[in-house]
Design a binder for this molecule. Structure first.
Ligand SMILES: [Zn+2]
Ligand SMILES: [Zn+2]
Length: 140
């Protein structure tokens, strides 16, 4: 999905789009891997020195709500953001040493569905990440 399509979708949801909000969308599209709010802020600041951190944060929350961005938690106090439309549903191998986040396409969704059904639980979404040490860091 291109920036224009994302913006069109947001417009369809009745979201007001300022130029600064468009910059946030562009910053997320420019990054392949999940990015922190600080990382997105830095990218946006390269284009617009006047953009503030609260604007970035509010925009990210709005994009998450509109389901065009996924908010991920890899432990710790930070959240990470990635475009919901960029890839198929996936999870990540997260290195606890260097922070590398490698997407993996496997997902035990059938197991999850079976357990949920047993508990008469309606699944809307699920999140989990696999924590460990990457190949590079194992050699250190
Ligand atoms: Zn590593
Ligand atoms: Zn999954």
């Amino acid at each position: 999905m291109e920036t224009e399509q994302v913006l069109a979708r947001l417009r369809g949801l009745g979201r007001r789009l300022t130029r600064q909000r468009s910059l946030v969308v562009e910053a997320i599209l420019a990054g392949e891997r999940p990015q922190s709010a600080e990382g997105i802020y830095q990218r946006c600041r390269e284009k617009d020195r006047g953009i503030s951190y609260p604007t970035i944060y509010r925009t990210l929350e709005m994009l998450v709500e509109a389901e065009v961005v996924r908010k991920l938690h890899f432990g710790g106090s930070k959240y990470w953001y990635e475009a919901a439309w960029q890839r198929e549903h996936h999870h990540h191998l997260v290195c606890l040493e260097c922070g590398a986040k490698e997407p993996i396409m496997v997902c035990p969704r059938e197991l999850i569905a079976r357990e949920a059904q047993r508990n008469q639980f309606k699944v809307l979404d699920h999140q989990f990440e696999i924590l460990g040490i990457c190949k590079d860091c194992q050699g250190r």
